[in-house]
Ligand binder design. Structure first.
Ligand code: G3H
Ligand code: 13P
Ligand code: ZN
Length: 309
């Protein structure tokens, strides 16, 4: 039972073709739902905090809630900064007790991304904290019309090998066709598996990370919409594709949107069916269970990570 880095989790995942779920957290019910899901599946877990989550909830509250989850469940949990945009936020998280930070220098050119990542790696490693970096740009849905144009921003395999060697980073987020949010593809979903295989073959010991990996299950979009939502045209990454990616070095799968949809669908339904109710526990309780169910589904059926401790 501990707050751990991702080192051991990834080493095992890499060898055994499964992935650790990295779920975004913003408040107590979300943390409790995720942790209950991981506990039921007897697996390790990454809880990740974005800059927006830090701003919303205050990092001290989130850190203490994660500590409480560890005491309560005995799970191995890594506390990770999601999309750190500069050295300062990474430093604050390292100093504040996170065990893993992401420095996202993907918007910079290669040399600047290397410089920034190296700076974070040196600081973090000195304090026993691991670092994820990103190379390549996650596509926006508008780029999906032309796969060629879209793939121009995907991670270059040779560059990935050079980047890892130069920075000493612990894991690498790559761009192979996923994107953040509920609108990932306009046409047929497409992930560049040949590129993934090439990257994995050049850096077989580097755990790879898939951002934007929510599936946006139609029944949850429908459930949101049935109770007054308006989420047209949402489309995520098919679960089979995520599952397939875990065979080629993807060790960390980032999921936020699917939890948001599960939580929102549950709250919308409850409030629509119980319009006279105003006790937050009445709708946050089922929402927490909806998150737990989604997390269990992902761990078991998509990430292949049940009972791996
Ligand atoms: O990749 C982004 C995550 O979904 C976090 O989103 O920045 O709205 O907290 P956020
Ligand atoms: P989704 O938007 O697909 O859930 O991705 C979340 C993510 O990549 C967080 O870093
Ligand atoms: Zn992301």
């Amino acid at each position: 039972m501990a707050l751990v880095t991702t080192k051991e989790m990834f080493a095992k995942a890499l060898k055994n073709d499964y992935a650790i779920g990295a779920f975004n957290v913003n408040n107590m019910e979300i943390i409790q739902g995720i942790v209950a899901g991981a506990q039921a599946e007897n697996t390790s877990l990454i809880l990740q905090v974005s800059a927006g989550a830090r701003k919303y909830a205050n990092p001290t509250y989130l850190t203490k809630l994660v500590e409480a989850a560890i005491i309560d469940t005995g799970l191995d949990i890594a506390l990770h900064l999601d999309h750190g945009e500069d050295f300062e936020i990474c430093k604050q998280c390292v100093d504040g007790g996170f065990t893993s930070v992401m420095i996202d220098g993907s918007k910079y050119d290669l040399e600047e991304n290397i410089r920034l990542t190296k700076q974070v790696v040196e600081y973090a490693h000195d304090k026993g904290v691991v670092v994820e970096a990103e190379l390549g740009k996650l596509a926006g849905v508008e780029d999906n019309i032309k796969v060629d144009a879209r793939s121009a921003t995907f991670t270059d395999p040779e560059e990935a090998a050079y980047f890892v060697e130069k920075t000493g980073v612990d894991s690498l987020a790559i761009a192979i066709g996923t994107s953040h949010g509920a609108y990932k593809f306009k046409g047929e979903p497409y992930l560049d598996f040949e590129r993934l295989k090439k990257i994995h073959s050049l850096i077989p010991d580097t755990p790879l990370v898939l951002h934007g990996a929510s599936t946006v299950l139609p029944e949850f979009v429908k459930a949101c919409n049935d109770f007054g939502g308006d989420i047209p045209g949402a489309q995520g990454v098919p679960e089979e594709m995520i599952k397939e990616a875990t065979k080629y070095g993807i060790c960390k799968v980032n999921i936020d949107t699917d939890l948001r949809l599960a939580m929102t669908a549950s709250i919308r339904k409850y409030l629509a069916e119980n319009p006279a109710d105003f006790d937050p526990r009445k709708y946050l309780g089922p929402a927490r269970t909806a998150i737990q169910d989604m997390v269990q589904h992902k761990i078991k059926n998509v990430l292949n990570a049940s009972n791996i401790k």
